[in-house]
Design a protein. Structure first.
Length: 590
């Protein structure tokens, strides 16, 4: 039951093609259950895991004990360090809501400019990126779409802006959780020392920053068409350029987990600085007008378990029974008479993000980082009983589990949360209650992530991923163009760049090795291409529709954003293809 297992990539009649049919069953199951059946993500993940286990045991000959141990290691990795980051990051965000400083932060942004096109950049792009950096998992869309509605945006426009803005920062979201996952699932797939969080983060940091330059221009186009681009391109370009530069510098030279936080703050500061001496030639009134004849959809029909949203964030959302026009009208009046918060309170509102930057900067200092990487702070051990030999005859590196309990980003977030509670003057009992509520709110997300990571480990360690890799390798150089599309499909279906990287990361690098392509480039392309599937994922669409009082009208929002998703995906495919040729190959870390 627990005997050693050796990976075979062609267990069905010695044919890779026939074996690939069985190897793809669990992924097809996941896609169908999520995309067609619209099943809850946690249940779809568990069922797909069951399919992967059956194929591993019945088709690939993996002993039952080894298959179950492989799934258990994946589930454990799903909780630590992945969920450990997400849970504690969302707790920090929830603390700002409990203390009321989230509203202070929102009001400070409203005062920067009355122009709604610029507000879209500040709220959806800059602040949304900050939320993505801290929490991810749908939080930026859930929060920014409500803020945009309060500022007077029309429902569909608010949803489209929030979804499109939630692209460039996704790969480094939740303190670079997708990159951490990508580094873990690819490091043991092929023998390339560059397949680690730092190098993969650097590569992604040479792709998504270029995308970031375009996104703010797209936002103002969505808000006000060509006139918006013509009148506000300076601020849109400054926001995108500074964010892109911040992403590149932080991911390559400072800290991969801090990438989005640094980029978002630099971009916001640049926008504020520009607006001190420049304003658009005109600021047209684009506010929504009340429509007495429109009865918004009730949000109670939506399925909140499809994507986790912080409990505190939900508390900030308008009731679904309020009309969209009424909300917009009230938002316009509120904007006109926005409260003036004392400077000290504004500083406190930004304090949690400054605290996070300080803590992570210290933890990533050379001597500190080196000290934390060793015992007793970080322990590496073979997963008990798991004994898998790769097709190359060597033990899989992924059977070793790294437990860095102190240097883990999630642990550092707990420290940041404790300091945040002190700075925001939150009583210990309230902070503890907020922590408990965060676990309750994320209960479905916890099961989903652990199931998807368990699925990924079973696919990788049973040989199913290697089989698919050999099949795709037949595409040769064409796979350079297709690699980003694979990541896009993964995120569009699962709603998570982390999940897409867990599912396809190893497949990308194994295919790259077989086809003679650069595994670092293709692994990064999976994540960078995946971010563009975020805006059309059913989970994010459901969040946006519910927030604007249009639950059940996800199709309307989908039609608003799918064109932009495809255009930006084509751009990423071309960029990755060029990076795989002598034209831009100098951009790939060596």
């Amino acid at each position: 039951m627990f005997e050693q297992f050796t990976i075979v990539t062609d267990p069905v009649a010695g044919s890779v093609a026939l074996s690939a049919i069985f190897a793809s069953l669990s992924l097809l199951t996941l896609f169908v259950l999520l995309g067609a059946v619209r099943m809850r993500a946690w249940l779809a993940g568990l069922i797909s895991l069951g399919v992967a286990l059956v194929v591993a045991i019945a088709v690939y000959g993996m002993p039952v004990g080894q298959a179950l141990l492989s799934a258990s290691e994946g589930a454990a990795f799903g909780f630590f360090p992945i969920l450990w980051i997400v849970i504690n990051a969302i707790w920090v965000y929830n603390l700002t809501v409990v203390s009321g400083h989230f509203d202070v932060l929102r009001r400070s942004m409203e005062r920067v400019s009355p122009d709604m096109r610029i507000q879209a950049i500040i709220v959806a792009f800059c602040f949304g990126a900050l939320l993505e950096a801290l929490a991810g998992f749908g939080t930026p869309v859930a929060v920014t779409v409500v803020m945009l509605m309060a500022l007077g945006f029309r429902p569909l426009r608010a949803a489209a802006v929030a979804l499109i803005a939630n692209t460039a920062p996704v790969a480094f979201g939740a303190l670079a959780t997708p990159i951490v996952t990508l580094g873990t699932v690819t490091s043991g797939a092929v023998a390339d020392p560059r397949l680690n969080t730092e190098t993969l983060g650097a590569m992604v940091g040479r792709q998504t920053p270029i995308l970031a330059v375009i996104v703010p221009l797209v936002l103002v186009a969505v808000v006000d068409g060509r006139r918006g681009v013509r009148q506000t391109w300076p601020v849109a370009l400054i926001a995108g350029l500074t964010f892109g530069v911040g992403q590149f510098v932080a991911s390559n030279y400072i800290s991969v987990p801090l990438t989005d936080i640094i980029a978002a703050l630099i971009s916001a500061a640049a926008v504020v600085a520009l607006l001190r001496f420049w304003r658009p030639s005109e600021s047209p009134d684009l506010h929504a007008t009340p429509d007495p004849g429109r009865v918004p959809q009730e949000s109670s029909g939506s399925d909140p378990s499809r994507e986790p949203t912080p409990l505190a964030a939900k508390g900030q959302q308008p009731a679904a029974s309020e009309g969209a026009g009424e909300r917009a009208s009230e938002g316009r009046r509120a904007t006109a008479a926005v409260l003036r918060d004392p400077p000290a309170e504004v500083l406190r509102a930004y304090a949690p993000y400054l605290i996070i930057i300080a803590i992570f900067s210290i933890a990533n200092l050379g001597p500190v980082k080196q000290a934390l990487a060793g015992e007793p702070w970080t322990v590496v051990f073979p997963w008990p009983g798991l004994d898998v030999i790769g097709a190359n005859g060597k033990p899989l590196a992924s059977t070793n589990f790294t437990f860095g309990w102190l240097p883990a980003a999630g642990t550092l977030m707990i420290l940041a949360g404790l300091l945040t509670a002190v700075v925001l003057r939150i009583r210990p009992v309230e902070a503890l209650k907020a922590y408990g509520r965060t676990y309750v709110e994320l209960r479905h997300a916890i099961v989903t992530v652990m199931a998807v990571l368990a699925l990924a480990y079973v696919l990788n360690q049973s040989g199913q991923t290697a089989t698919l890799g050999e099949l795709f390798a037949a595409a040769g150089g064409v796979f350079l163009f297709l690699s980003s599309i694979l990541g896009w499909i993964g995120v569009a279906v699962t709603g998570s760049d982390t999940s897409a990287n867990a599912l396809f990361g190893a497949l990308q690098v194994q295919t790259a090795t077989e086809a003679g392509l650069d595994p670092v480039l293709l692994a990064a392309a999976n994540s960078s291409g995946g971010v563009l599937g975020k805006m059309i994922s059913p989970q994010n669409l459901a969040i946006a529709a519910s927030a604007v009082g249009m639950a059940g009208k996800e199709g309307d929002i989908f039609r608003r954003v799918v064109g932009w998703s495809l255009v930006l995906l084509l751009f990423m495919c071309v960029l990755v293809t060029l990076q795989g040729t002598p034209v831009l190959s100098w951009m790939v870390p060596r």
